[in-house]
Design a binder for this molecule. Structure first.
Ligand code: NAD
Ligand code: UFG
Length: 344
């Protein structure tokens, strides 16, 4: 199949490109590089030995999108393109609704016009809001606590309405839990700009000496050690989940949501311990106040994805930490270091 990958130069997109190419699919990446670098796709080419077709454009550049569908026999779209910083979304909600929601509407309009109605969408466990009990099942009531999360919720609803209007649509809403880790080659991984907001890249930058210490946001949650519990999932497992979802939507019509997680929770302190074992260093940390908007526990019930997609996460926390550390040490400044420099 030929798959259009929006946001394919990003963290999850690059790992998914690798797995799609490994599975024998053709890909075309559309990215405006607002949160990624072309170098990431060069490395996907290096890992797979394949040429990556790339179109540098914004999702809302309708003329370019149309020319892609006009010139290519696209079978399906995997739609990663979106802004994802929760804090920024609170400060600049219109930017998030414009980019994420309006961008998705433009994409779907063009897909509809060119009769391509197979779509895999990057949703998030954030749509379960703060009032549900773990483990989260796909049929729980949904809510949002910030504009980023609300953009995902609104897009899910837009896609449900769209699928209901025409039975030729086939959509998978993939609700990711906490993607971490990197490809085992050490060539691609997460490359956050500035100080990371998320736990794993933060720990990793403390370990490499770029940041002095970790702040643990709260040790008084009702969890086994008082720190927040999350369902960390290896990005390669996540990427393989997209390949399975794609194969599912081209055979079965309709719209379905799937949790992509491991089904297991890991606390902040457990992740720190595992990372210390992976890097052989002590991670200095101090306990700080809770972070506004955080919930105590978030982990998936993965029964539906296992049953309907035939997919199951296989990597454990130790693999996630070891691959993150390999990526961090080989690429201390992310993709800014050229490939040539890191192999010397
Ligand atoms: P990322 O920022 O690394 O990748 C997103 C890519 O989309 C980037 O390459 C960016 O340049 C591109 N992009 C953004 N807006 C665009 C636009 N208007 N036109 C063209 N390209 C555009 O993020 P990621 O971690 O790979 O996440 C991918 C998707 O998964 C996002 O939609 C994100 O919201 C969702 N998600 C991520 C996480 C996570 O923790 N990483 C969790 C849940 C859901
Ligand atoms: N944490 C710290 N210190 C830090 C960063 C995080 O203690 O410096 C803690 C948090 O309080 C939380 C856990 O580590 O308990 C995980 O935090 P992350 O920021 O890594 O991840 P979140 O679960 O808060 O959020 C992530 C994405 C969201 C997404 C959500 C659900 O950032 O975009 O997962 O998928 F919506």
């Amino acid at each position: 199949m030929k798959i259009l990958i929006t946001g394919g130069a990003g963290y999850i997109g690059t790992h998914t490109c690798v797995e799609l190419l490994n599975a024998g699919h053709d890909i075309l990446v559309l990215d405006n590089f607002s949160n990624s670098k072309p170098e990431a796709l060069e490395r996907v080419g290096e890992i797979t030995g394949k040429f990556i077709e790339v179109c540098e454009a914004d999702l809302q550049d309708r003329a370019t999108l149309e020319s892609i569908f006009y010139q290519n026999e696209i079978d399906a779209v995997i739609h990663f393109a979106g802004l994802k910083a929760v804090g920024e979304s609170v400060e600049k909600p219109l930017k998030y609704y414009h980019n994420n929601v309006a961008g998705t509407v433009t994409l779907c309009e063009v897909m509809d016009k060119y009769n391509v109605r197979n779509l895999v969408f990057s949703s998030s466990a954030t749509v379960y809001g703060e009032n549900n009990l773990v483990p989260f099942t796909e049929d729980l009531p949904l809510s949002a606590t910030n504009p980023y999360g609300r953009s995902k919720l609104i897009i899910e609803e837009i896609l449900r309405d769209t699928a209901a209007s025409n039975s030729n649509w086939s959509v998978a809403l993939l609700r990711y839990f906490n993607p971490v880790g990197a490809h085992n080659s050490g060539l691609i991984g997460e490359d956050p700009s500035g100080v990371p907001n998320n736990l794993m890249p933060y720990i990793s930058q403390v370990a490499v000496g770029k940041l002095p210490e970790l702040q643990v946001f709260g040790d008084d949650y009702p969890t086994r050690d008082g720190t927040g519990v999350r369902d960390y999932i290896h990005v390669v497992d996540l990427a393989l989940g997209h390949v399975r979802a794609l194969e599912k939507i081209v055979t079965d019509r309709g719209i379905e949501a799937y949790n992509l997680g491991t089904g297991r929770g890991c606390s902040v302190l457990e992740l720190v311990k595992s990372f210390e074992a992976a890097c052989g260093k002590t991670i200095p940390f101090k306990i700080a106040d809770r972070r506004a908007g955080d919930i105590a526990e978030c982990y998936a019930d993965v029964t539906k994805a296992e049953r309907d997609l035939g997919w199951k996460a296989t990597f454990g926390i130790d693999d996630m930490c070891m691959s993150t550390w390999k990526w961090q040490t080989l690429n201390p400044t992310g993709y800014e270091v050229t490939k040539k420099e890191i192999t010397v």
